[in-house]
Design a protein around this ligand. Structure first.
Ligand code: IPM
Ligand code: MG
Length: 360
């Protein structure tokens, strides 16, 4: 039976980079004879414009029945005035929560060709290979109660709830320990257990889980220190595991170490290995429609999709190699440009990856 991929390009640069990823998908279908069916849907602002909501029930049903979702990016100034409950980002958050995509894998790998593009000295980042495992369906992003209330004195007060159940910590810890076993054998759990009870529990549960993974060296770090260490000496990390909000922040930081957030893919998986794959970057409305966006994070997200949800590791390898080959040729979009490189647009970069895949 053919595998079903639902494609949700979203807003801003989302549709442009998705077009390039789909060209790459066509190329690998041809080269490897893959039986994959692609369907398309709307999410975020694009869905608000058409359906009035950032994710329609119909799209959600299709997402649930697909093997994997390739997601672009959501949001833009047009929808900033939407009430919080109907913002474009809610479409993404609803997909994560309804499909129970609790395990967010955000690798930060530096392609050696891009060492110069990093904001850190190249010796600090050469060979960088970190995996951030971010809990994605709990924590303060989803905690109740939440809202804005008016106090007796007429002043408004905003509030959110940072909450984690033991079972939620346990399942993400397992994913992180298993990832560490397959990689360098080291796991750093990031919390703020000196201040927040919820993360003190997080730390306790991670320590309990470590009993089943004696081959993994576990350490703990407060999130403020982790942010500092990421820009001071990032290569000390192998796998990092943390909650939803800290993971959001640290993964942007880690992304920048690799030269550009335009290079980083991510996978969000549930217990069934059904997954949603998206670039770590956002919809970049400032450059949307200008053929300037870097499509490589979207293309690398497709590679992760093939590896994790479709079990096609060799196809993923081929895509990753093609990306490395285009970098070797000196092809760069603006975000990763350096002296002497060949500056390209979104479409040309996608074509170059396809060219390398098909050895044109
Ligand atoms: C991310 C994004 C999202 C998040 C936004 C768009 C809701 O920043 O995937 O990192 O905060 O999780
Ligand atoms: Mg983010």
């Amino acid at each position: 039976m053919s595998k079903q991929i639902l494609c949700l390009p979203g807003d801003g640069i989302g549709p442009e980079i998705m077009t390039e990823a789909l060209k790459v998908l066509d190329a690998v279908k041809q080269r490897f004879g893959l039986d994959i069916e692609v369907s398309h849907g709307l999410v975020g602002g694009a869905a608000i414009d058409k359906d009035g909501v950032p994710l329609s029930d119909e799209t959600l049903v299709r997402a649930k029945s697909s093997d994997a979702i390739l997601f672009g990016a959501v949001g833009g100034p047009e929808w900033d005035s939407q009430p919080m409950a109907n913002r474009p980002e809610k479409g993404l958050l609803k997909l994560r929560s309804e499909l129970d995509l609790f395990a967010n894998l955000r690798p930060a790998i530096l392609f050696p060709q891009l060492a110069e593009a990093s904001s850190l000295k190249s010796e600090l980042v050469a060979g960088l290979d970190i995996l951030i495992v971010r809990e994605l369906t709990g924590g303060i992003y989803f905690g109740e109660p939440r809202g804005v209330r008016t106090l007796e004195n007429g002043e408004r007060e905003g509030f959110n709830t940072y909450v984690y159940r033991e079972s939620e910590v346990r399942r993400i810890a397992k994913v992180a320990f298993e990832a560490a076993q397959k990689r360098g054998g080291r796991l750093c759990s990031v919390d703020k257990s000196n201040v927040l009870e919820v993360t003190a529990l997080w730390r306790d549960v991670v320590i309990e889980e470590s009993g089943s993974y004696s081959d993994v060296e576990l350490s703990h770090m407060y999130v403020d220190n982790a942010a500092m260490q990421l820009v001071r000496a990032p290569k000390q990390f192998d796998v990092m595991v943390t909650g939803n909000m800290f993971g959001d922040i640290l993964s942007d930081c880690a992304a920048m170490l690799t030269g550009s957030i335009g290079m980083l893919p991510s996978a969000s998986l549930n217990e069934k290995n059904q997954g949603m794959y998206e670039p770590v970057h956002g919809s970049a409305p400032d450059i949307a429609g200008e053929n300037k966006a870097n499509p490589l994070a979207q293309i690398l997200s497709l590679a992760m999709l093939l590896r994790y949800s479709l079990g096609k590791g060799e196809v993923a390898d081929a895509i990753e190699k093609a990306v490395s080959d285009v970098l070797d040729k000196g092809y760069r979009t603006g975000d990763i440009a350096s002296e002497g490189c060949q500056l390209m647009g979104t479409v040309e970069m996608g074509d170059a990856v396809v060219g390398c895949l098909l050895n044109l």
